[in-house]
Design a protein around this ligand. Structure first.
Ligand SMILES: [Zn+2]
Ligand SMILES: [Zn+2]
Length: 166
């Protein structure tokens, strides 16, 4: 049996991700960045792998619980069909009652991360811990971008010296 369980993004459209290498958490916004990008860059350690390897533990647990819930619900349904009342006219008769609930679903919510970044190179919107990281889509490090944002100008501007001779 195979189940395909949809994983929904959070209210703002961000999907939680977890690096299989360093196990750190980040989020990427669907519909931004490179369309159909084959792999994902970890913004912290720059590990690159397929998107399927970046599910968070909570997402995997949720998907497994949804699958289990479906299986147990189906099984209970099948067993319910065997339910019967005792036959009053028979000399010996046994009634069967099936009781039980399908296994519960392990719901989760994505975490809030302070630092929101829009990649200057590929326009992907992502959120990370701390200010600096690699873009999950194109792998460009955002250090220069952050420096630009902090100074309001491209960094080379502040190194320009104006010299006047008189
Ligand atoms: Zn990593
Ligand atoms: Zn990018």
């Amino acid at each position: 049996m195979e189940f395909s369980v949809p994983i929904e993004p959070d209210d703002e459209g961000y999907l939680g991700r977890e690096c299989p290498e360093c196990e750190k958490y980040f989020k990427i916004k669907g519909g931004t960045g490179i369309p159909d990008v084959p792999g994902c860059h970890c913004p912290y350690c720059n590990h690159v792998d397929g998107h399927d390897t970046f599910w968070t533990k909570a997402q995997i647990e949720y998907a497994q619980s949804v699958a289990l819930h479906e299986v147990s619900r189906h099984l209970l349904g099948e067993m319910k069909k065997m339910e019967r009342r005792p036959d009053r006219n028979a000399f010996i008769s046994i009634g069967i009652t099936v009781k039980g609930e399908p296994t519960p679903i392990a719901r989760y919510s994505e975490r809030e991360l302070e630092e929101r970044v829009t990649c200057a190179a590929c326009t992907l919107q992502y959120t990370i811990y701390g200010a600096f990281g690699y873009c999950p889509d194109c792998g460009v490090h955002n250090s220069q971008q952050i420096a630009c944002a902090n100074f309001g100008n491209p960094p080379f501007k502040k190194y320009q010296l104006e010299v006047e001779f008189s």
